[in-house]
Design a protein around this ligand. Structure first.
Ligand code: AMP
Ligand code: TRP
Length: 339
């Protein structure tokens, strides 16, 4: 298959952390789905990044399939665009090695995500976790991708990727790697825990009640929303009334995001109601959106071989783009030709 090269090329990656939550959907996946219009997209399940912290091997394999199935069920089109798992395209690790030798320790030392993830016992963190941003730069630049949709927590990594691209170009006296433009998916779309409106909805929260998963059935969704934490006051009629009420703000925010309406419009309709009635309406809306996605995810996961075949087909198309770019980078560095 020849790839469409007339459209701007997007690259983005997501960790194989299993079935996504409603937070991942509204904060990231739905944007990916929308970006497919007008771009040539390459979407990657980043299993190489995942093993920077310990992963039980069978769980990693299962979660890679689950993430791929969820992406397809949400509307990622693996025919018109490219969807694959990172480890299947060798170019990522090959270019990452070169970038390990371009990036400076001082640059990596500034990365706040490493500090957060390594925690207090930094000596015990893997070397991979430390050079994680170099691999991320390689992911993008191996395709000469210029637009990268990410959450705001990844912005610093993209700045580092631009620094790496510039230093490579400067050191080798070329204009080879393009500048990357981050498409920051803002905190506007941040979904909070159903148990605590001040914490992000997350797969790592010990409480299953805190999140909605994209494979939850309708009863589970309705129950989680009915039990979601709220305060005793009725819903305000205007957005200012949500100040200091994180749980109310979160539920209204989810409603607004799914209905594609401004918060003010949601409150104009539902303001003054108690949470009982609003939660009924919200549950119906969430179910209307997620039930087809959950059904499709389950259908896809019933045939793991078919999902793997989709990922492998994506990987060979990805490699066809990345291999010549990485081969050229190697030539610029002074490596003799591979084959
Ligand atoms: P994670 O699973 O936390 O690595 O997140 C994967 C993607 O989903 C990132 O782009 C995050 O910014 C986004 N994301 C994760 N949790 C949420 C949330 N609660 N609300 C909005 N976006 C989220
Ligand atoms: N680090 C990103 C995250 O945790 C995932 C990722 C890996 C990525 N490689 C990428 C995102 C390249 C954008 C581009 O969310």
């Amino acid at each position: 298959m020849t790839e469409n090269t007339a459209l701007p090329r997007i690259f983005s990656g997501i960790q194989p952390s299993g079935v996504p939550t409603l937070g991942n959907y509204l904060g990231a996946l739905r944007n990916w789905v929308r970006l497919q219009e007008g771009h040539a997209c390459i979407f990657c399940v980043v299993d190489l990044h995942a093993i920077t912290v310990w992963q039980e091997p069978r769980a990693l394999a299962a979660q890679t399939r689950e993430m791929a199935a969820s992406l397809i069920a949400c509307g990622i089109d693996p025919e018109r665009h490219i969807l694959f798992h990172q480890s299947a395209v060798r170019a990522h690790a090959q270019l990452a090695w070169i970038f390990n030798c371009v990036a400076r320790l001082g640059w990596l030392n500034r990365m706040t995500q490493f500090k957060d993830k390594a925690g207090k016992d930094r000596e015990a963190a893997s070397a991979g976790l430390y050079v994680y941003p170099n691999l991320m730069a390689a992911d993008i630049l191996a395709y000469h991708a210029t637009r990268v949709p990410v959450g705001d927590d990844q912005k610093q990594h993209l700045e580092l990727a631009n620094d790496i691209a510039q230093k490579f170009n400067h050191d080798y006296g070329v204009d080879f790697f393009p500048a990357i433009e981050p498409l920051i998916m803002g905190p506007a779309a941040r979904v909070m825990s159903l148990r605590d409106g001040t914490k992000k909805m997350s797969k790592s929260d010990p409480s299953e009640q805190s999140r909605i998963n994209l494979t939850d059935d309708n009863d589970a969704i309705a129950l989680k929303i009915r039990r979601a934490k709220t305060d005793p006051a009725p819903l305000p009629s205007e957005p200012v009334g949500l100040e200091g009420r994180p749980e109310a703000r979160n539920l209204v925010g989810i409603y607004a995001a799914l209905a594609d309406l401004p918060t003010a419009a949601v409150l104009a309709e539902h303001g003054g109601k108690g949470f009982g009635a609003f939660k009924e309406a919200l549950a119906a809306l969430v179910i209307a959106h997620l039930a087809p996605i959950a059904a499709e995810t389950r259908r896809l996961l019933a045939d793991p071989g078919a999902i793997e075949a989709v990922l492998r087909a994506g990987a060979s198309r990805a490699a066809a783009i990345a291999d010549p770019i990485v081969a050229e980078a190697e030539r610029l560095v002074g490596f003799l030709a591979r084959a």
